[in-house]
Each structure stands twice: as C-alpha cells, then as structure tokens.
Design a protein around this ligand. Structure first.
Ligand code: UDX
Length: 459
C-alpha cells in the first residue's frame, strides 16, 4: 500500500516506521521542520526502544520518507500551489491510505480535548485527496469527531472515505504494540459499499497482523472512538482503585503490595495495572479521562462518568501524599535539605515528561524549600527544558551526593537494581522513598536505610 502518516510524534513516527517495515511505501508528514529533518535522516527524535533501528532501515530502503508538505503525500515532486495552482485531483490507479496521528491535548483551563490539530490535519489533506483514497483517524478524539470529519471529506473530496482505527500502543513498547497489537478496531462508514472498501483497504494495510491472528472488531465510528476512551478510563480506574486501597492500607497498617498480589491472583481481576504507587501520568491517561468526562457532559451523560472525577482525584492525591511522606521522613521541613530524585519520565523506557508524576513531586518539594537534584536515563533534556528551576545530574551517584533523602519516582530497571550499601556511602542520610514499590524493603533496611513507600507499613 501507499500510505501517508500525518503527525510524526510518539504515535505517528512509530506507526510510519512500522508500516514501512511491513513493506508499505510510507510518507510521514509533520509541520515541525526539525523533527522532519531528524526523521528523514533515519534518527528518532524521541526515546523509544526499537524505533531507531526500524527508522534507519526503512529510510535506507527508500520505503519511508518524510516531508513538511502535505501536498507531497501523493507525489514528492508536486510543486508549491502558490507558484503552480494544483490541478483537480484525478482518480488514482493506486489509492492511498492517509493516517491522522496528530495529538489531542487537554484544552488550556478546561477538561475537554483540543481537536484543532485533527481539524487542521484534515483541512490540509482535503485538497490533496484522490477519489478512492481512505483517510484513517488514529488520534484519540471525543466521540462525534469522526462523523464530522466524514462529512467534511464527503463535501470536499467525494470518492474518498473515512475510517476510525484507534491506537492502543504504550510508550516504551510502541514498536511491539504496533507490530503485534492485541486487537484491531475499525470504525467504518454507515454505507455498506463504502464500509466494504474501507475494510478491504485496512485489511491490506494490516495483512500481516491479521494473518498472525490479531482479533478484529469492526463497528461504527462512534463505537470505535469510544473504545479508546473507555479502555483508558478503565485502566486509569484500575490504577486509582489500587491506590485508594493504598490509602486504606496506610490507615490500617496493612501492606498494599501484598494486597495487590493477592487480588491479582483472581483471574477475573488480574495483576496488570494493579501496581500501587505514585499513580498515572503521561500524555494519555490523565487528559483522556478528563476529555471523556467533558464529552459525556456535552452528551447529557455526565452522571455516567462522575466516578472518573474520583479516579483523577485519587491519582493527583498520590503526588501530594508523596511530598508529605518525604517531608515527614526529613523531620517536618524541606528547608535547607537536599533531595535526590531518581526518574523524570512519566514511566520507564520513555523520555516523555508530559504530566510526569516524578517531576510534579520534584517541583513541589523544590517549591517547599529543598535543593532538588533529578536524574533520568532518557528524559533529562526534556525535563531541563520544562523545569529549569530544578537541578539535574547525569549519574545516580552525582544526584545522590550528600542527599538527605532519595526518592525513586520512575522505576527504570537500573534504579530497581541499585546496591543500597554502595549508595549508602554517597548520601548524607540513608532515607529511601520508593514511589513505585520497585525495591525490596528488606534489602534496603538491612543496609541501614529507612525505607518508606505509599500504602506500606513503616517498618
Ligand atoms: C496508555 C495506555 O496504556 C495505552 O493503551 C494508550 O494507547 C495510551 O495511554 P501509556 O501512556 O504509554 O499508555 O502508559 P501506560 O503504560 O498505560 O502507563 C500509564 C501510567 O500509569 C504511567 O505513569 C505508569 O507509571 C502508571 N501505572 C501503570 C501505574 O501507576 N500502575 C500500574 O499498574 C500501571
């Protein structure tokens, strides 16, 4: 297939590279000139395991190109319409699939999602659509967005069609999740002939995943949009549920990690996404549950999702509780204290710091008067840009030098494996706060550390 991918962020760049690796001919489009230059040189502009190799190989093979110009999706030699008016597109013997992978961030000061990038991507694409082309939305959008987009395509580019195909990839596992998804969802047009054509084109795009037995759910636009919102709402609820249990455990002197372990053995519950700790962050879960609530309100179904307010509140409370715990360990005040923070990314194996619980905690502690030094194996550059008021260090040793407390806030593998005896020689006081329940308390206590974690007994 010939494919274009509009928006080359965490989702689009991985999607473009994976589609090219499957043998499709792919052009990635992004308005960010610097990002396009990096990608075109076969370099990943962000940290994602497996992506650099995939990009390098696909770009070298010639199957993957990048541009800032949407007009070049069909033909890289298409001239600038400012100098040469674009002729009316003619039917293409080889129709294309155009994936929309742009972001839908939270609107400033509101819960609702900002869909302006989706609208803008579609607006830029419309004049270049050929009859027979298929536009495929992958961005997470409020339900109803796809129907509106389909109307716009119908008006401006009759003969082209729309499908919605939500993405469920996790950062840090994005290549695997795109190559071997646990399900494919196609939201298809109501018209049966148009639906058949869209399904056939998507089946060709995903031929290898389907051949490998990936389950496929086909449905209407609205259901496909809601699948994504509902899945993220469910995952967030599961995390906040176990974190609410952490609060009860703390009050009762119980251990939430043992509780989660015991609960997870019930197959109906399962142990995934039941890891208690500092809670969820990132560019998806927090803003997606808020956008979902906002959209349900617009639809008159707000009561159905009021519980998500509580899910959000429990999650945000984790961060302030972590700050309280650190202050308590330091004897009631941060003033004049030096605090080492291990982790800046919102989760391990990512350099994404969007709504990072780790940086949120680090910044709160800094504001309360401590000297805060942060380290992270991948996200330091992003963190420095976003939070210049914090101090940063490359190595764990440097970060923990003379620290009065060490906070593990993102559970990178190298932090899980730290040697408590060795680190004990670097710090001023042996206080470790395990924000992700990633360490073995016995090992740390035996090495003379005060070990504290959310939802676990003091000793
Ligand atoms: C999420 C969804 O998993 C994915 O399907 C969707 O497409 C995008 O949003 P992602 O944001 O990459 O993916 O991260 P995920 O692995 O889901 O983790 C989200 C946050 O929850 C992280 O901050 C993580 O640390 C936290 N988390 C996860 C917990 O606190 N406890 C858990 O048990 C699991």
């Amino acid at each position: 297939m010939r494919i274009s991918v509009l928006g080359c962020g965490y989702l689009g760049a991985v999607h473009a590279a994976c589609m090219a690796a499957l043998g499709h001919r792919v052009v990635g489009v992004d308005t960010d000139d610097v990002k396009v230059k990096e990608l075109a040189a076969g370099r990943a502009p962000f940290y994602e395991p497996g992506l650099p190799e995939l990009l390098r190989d696909s770009v070298a093979s010639g199957r993957l190109t990048f541009t800032t110009q949407v007009r070049q999706v069909h033909d890289p030699d298409t001239p600038d319409p400012a100098q040469h008016p674009t002729p009316t597109p003619t039917p293409d013997p080889d129709p294309m699939v155009h994936f929309i992978c742009v972001g839908t961030p939270q609107r400033q000061g509101e819960y609702a999602a900002d869909t302006s990038y989706v609208e803008a991507a579609l607006t830029s694409l419309l004049p270049h659509l050929h009859p027979g082309d298929l536009v495929v939305g992958k961005s997470t959008v409020p339900v109803g967005t796809a129907a509106r987009a389909a109307d716009r395509i119908h008006e401006a580019a009759p003969g082209a069609a729309l499908a919605w195909n939500p993405e469920f990839l996790r950062e840090g596992h994005a290549v695997h999740d795109t190559q071997s998804p646990d399900r494919l969802v196609y939201g298809l047009p109501a018209d049966p002939a148009a639906a058949d054509r869209a399904r056939a084109m998507l089946n060709e795009v995903y031929a290898s995943q389907l051949a490998a037995g990936t389950p496929l759910v086909t449905c209407d636009y609205a259901t496909s949009e809601l699948v994504k919102s509902a899945a993220n709402a469910f995952l967030s609820t599961k995390i906040s549920f176990i974190n609410a249990m952490a609060e009860v455990c703390e009050a009762a002197g119980a251990d939430v990690t043992l509780l989660a372990d015991a609960m997870g053995h019930d197959e109906r519950i399962g142990s995934k996404f039941l890891r208690p700790g500092l809670g969820f962050g990132g560019g998806c879960l927090p803003k997606d549950i808020r956008a979902f609530m906002a959209r349900a309100g617009e639809l008159g179904a707000d009561q159905a999702l009021t519980f998500l307010r509580e899910v959000d509140a429990i999650n945000m409370r984790r961060r302030s509780r972590m700050v309280d715990l650190a202050r308590e360990v330091l004897g009631g005040s941060f003033l004049g204290r030096r605090v080492a923070v291990l982790g800046a990314a919102f989760k391990p194996d990512s350099d994404d710091i969007r709504d990072s619980p780790a940086l949120n905690v680090a910044a709160q502690i800094r504001l309360q008067g401590a000297d805060v030094v942060v380290t992270d194996p991948a996200a330091l550059e992003n963190a420095r840009r976003a939070w210049p008021q914090l101090q940063y260090a490359e190595s764990v040793q440097e970060t923990c030098e003379s620290a009065d407390a060490v906070l593990l806030l993102t559970e990178w593998q190298q932090y899980r494996e730290l040697d408590p005896a060795l680190l004990g020689r670097t710090v001023r006081s042996r206080h470790i706060l395990d924000g992700r329940n990633a360490l073995d308390p016995r090992r740390w206590r035996e090495a003379g550390w005060t070990y504290r974690a959310l939802g676990r007994p003091r000793s």
